[in-house]
Design a protein around this ligand. Structure first.
Ligand SMILES: [Zn+2]
Length: 359
């Protein structure tokens, strides 16, 4: 399998994020992608390739131009406004209750603030999403990695893996958040539907619900979204990811959430994976985009499920057994020491190769 990666992710190198308002060491760090790349490079069975530039158009096919402008300008604007910090996060967000009683039209006409703190809240979901000097360039390269993986599959590969960083699935059309700026999987799925005219499915197996992907395709019948994730009653993103969110309008019946119980093990999880795969198989289409997270791992520092490395091999095997071409894109996973072996196990499973002994 070809593995698409770019060194430009290294520019997004936050050292600190905030957890309940307190600075803590950042989780979404360059070492994550480096660990995966080292393991896949050392395997000998994967071919490492660089991404092609795809420009802004595929991003703008999914995202609000205002979000794209914000991500591109945020760091320079923070410096111009003299914020003087190592990283930029907001502390004020436009929550739904602020606008209660106001008409939708008037809410929509509220102007974007000019102060960078207000702008960051305007386009953001949470304060655990630091922006640094190289964030915008890394986010653009992550999209290029995803689109290049899609190109490979549309060009005839059975499967390709995009080592995306930063991840993407929490980013909505007009919102960054959860370590995500541009929604790599959604941008890839959109590009695939445009180029093939086919329906596309997105399978999201990150421990967190992909609220951004759900939002982007909520009213779309041509892109069907299935997600297995920790119940949002317990875990980020808290406000979406429940089983009764099934899409609306033309998208009704094309969104499927499968919240998982605390410490769900391989068997519990794989049973629901089979349900998601059966549901994907009900709709036509030849390509599945996989939002692949390893924060479902039993030792992940921010997840609360109980999957194992052997479970990832089996998951890869079952997803490939669907018989569709796979654009596999990296999302989360924060146990850096196990990330490489977990990625290697999943992808070897998808290729029909046996699990590999640890090097
Ligand atoms: Zn996650």
């Amino acid at each position: 399998m070809k593995v698409v990666h770019s060194d430009r992710h290294r520019g997004h190198a936050p050292t600190v994020e905030t957890y309940l308002g307190v600075p803590v060491p950042a989780c979404e760090v360059p070492a994550r992608a480096e660990a995966i790349l080292a393991a896949l490079g050392g395997d000998g069975g994967f071919e490492l390739v660089g991404p092609a530039e795809h420009g802004l158009d595929p991003i703008l096919a999914v995202h609000d131009p205002g979000l794209v402008r914000f991500v591109e300008e945020a760091w320079a604007e923070a410096e111009r406004q003299g914020i003087g910090r190592d990283f930029l996060v907001a502390d004020t967000y436009p929550t739904r209750a602020m606008f209660q009683g106001m008409s939708d039209g008037l809410v929509a006409a509220r102007p974007e603030p000019r102060a960078i703190g207000g702008r960051t809240g305007w386009w953001g979901l949470d304060s655990s999403n630091p922006i640094v000097a190289g964030t915008a360039d890394a986010a653009r390269s992550s999209v290029d990695v995803a689109l290049t993986a899609a190109d490979l599959v549309l060009g005839g590969e059975t499967a390709a893996y995009g080592l995306c960083r930063p991840p993407g699935h929490h980013a909505a059309a007009a919102m960054a958040g959860g370590y995500c700026f541009f929604n790599n999987a959604a941008i890839a799925a959109q590009a695939i539907t445009e180029r093939t005219g086919e329906r596309v499915a997105i399978l999201d197996v990150d421990v967190h619900h992909g609220n951004g992907t759900q939002q982007i395709f909520w009213r779309r019948g041509d892109v069907r979204y299935a997600s297995l994730h920790a119940d949002p009653i317990r875990l980020y993103p808290f406000f979406l990811g429940h089983g009764d969110e099934v899409g609306e309008g033309p998208g009704r019946g094309h969104n499927r959430n499968l919240p998982q119980p605390l410490r769900a093990d391989d068997a519990t999880y794989l049973a629901d994976l089979d349900r998601a795969l059966d549901w994907i198989a009900e709709a036509p289409g030849s390509v599945v985009v996989v939002s692949l997270g390893f924060d479902t791992f039993e030792h992940d520092p921010i997840g609360d499920l109980g999957l194992t490395t052997a479970g990832y091999h089996e998951m890869g095997r079952r997803v490939a057994a669907l018989g569709r071409r796979l654009v596999i894109l990296q999302e989360g996973g924060y146990h850096v020491g196990a990330l490489g072996e977990n990625a290697r196990a999943w992808l070897r499973g998808a290729e029909g190769r046996p699990p590999a002994a640890l090097a």
